[in-house]
Design a protein around this ligand. Structure first.
Ligand SMILES: Cc1ncc(COP(=O)(O)O)c(C=O)c1O
Length: 298
């Protein structure tokens, strides 16, 4: 296994949602509480960052270079992870600066690019090349930490789930960059678990997501030295709706139902869309990936 810098408090709890099960008339629903990873408010993103920072430190990098939208949970988590690991952090941000963003994030150098989100990964590489030319030693990380190293975080999470859950299940994972889903599939293949795994894709159409996730999962498994995932184990639910970050009435209802039945807050961008995708075949594991700083925004 690659170098790992522990950041999260693991394992995160896995528990049943009895009141929601009654309300929806479903079979067993389990919630995997990555909103409780306990590192800043990183949610699921604490997992890839453990391996990305481990690798950056092992390589003697001095600067983490990454990117995202101003509202990205990943960039906030990456900035904090770099800080506690003693690395500098340069973050390329999509769009134009806003006073809130400038005031609320400290530590990292924010470079507002004016670019679209889709251009950011290329800009990360260009920025890293510029830093190298200046004699620095950057560690470039694409949006969401979507590299084979970052995906190792969720490969380990699959093992964690296998220790907590007996028997077969449908697993639902909110999906943005696809790093979590890809890592999970690699981990699932490594332990030979027969879960039906669904990514709930909130930003990219399911057909495009499928190829990207399978490629990343295969590269993650190769890095871990474990069997390649079976493409038949990957299922995707297209939850892109009217666009990334757009909150529908169904999303609001789902957030409200989870809050009113179980007292659990889910975010509108990822968690709400996963709960809106219910009912699904039970027993099911719903992966609460965090994202709570934005939960009260819409
Ligand atoms: C709260 C939350 N949930 C889910 C995801 C999606 O994870 P991934 O990018 O690994 O697909 C993200 C990504 O930033 C996130 O912030």
């Amino acid at each position: 296994m690659k170098a790992r810098r522990r950041l999260a408090v693991l394992p995160t709890p896995l528990h049943r949602l009895p009141a929601l099960e009654r309300k929806l008339g479903t079979g067993p629903l389990h919630l995997k509480r990555d909103d409780l990873t306990g590192f800043g408010v990183a949610g699921n993103k604490a997992r890839p960052l453990e391996f990305l920072l481990g690798d950056a430190l092992a390589r003697g990098a001095d600067t983490l270079v990454t990117a995202g939208a101003p509202s990205s949970n990943f960039i906030a988590a990456a900035a904090l992870a770099a800080r506690v690991c003693g690395l500098r952090c340069d973050i390329l941000v999509a769009g134009a600066p806003t006073p809130v963003e400038l005031a609320s994030r400290s530590g990292a150098r924010l470079l507002f690019t004016g670019a679209d989100r889709d251009d950011l990964d290329r800009l990360v590489d260009e920025h890293a090349a510029k830093l190298r030319a200046e004699g620095r030693d950057p560690y470039p990380v694409p949006r969401g930490g979507a590299t084979p190293v970052g995906a190792l975080g969720f490969a380990a999470a699959a093992e964690e789930l296998a220790d907590q859950l007996a028997g077969d299940a449908t697993v639902l994972i909110p999906t943005g960059s696809g790093a979590s889903l890809a890592g999970f599939l690699a981990g699932q293949a490594a332990i030979g678990a027969s879960w039906r795994t669904y990514g709930v894709s909130v930003s990219r159409p399911a057909d495009r997501m499928r190829a990207e996730v399978l490629d990343l999962a295969t590269r993650c498994a190769a890095l871990a030295g474990t069997p390649a995932p079976d493409p038949r184990d990957l299922h995707l639910i297209d939850a892109t709706g009217t666009g990334f970050g757009q909150v529908s009435d169904a999303d609001r209802r789902a957030m409200r139902t989870v809050l009113d039945t179980e007292g659990i807050l889910v975010d509108p961008t990822y968690g709400a869309k996963m709960f809106a995708a219910l009912p699904t075949e039970a027993p099911a594991v719903l992966w609460h990936t965090g994202g709570l700083p934005w939960a009260l925004k819409p």
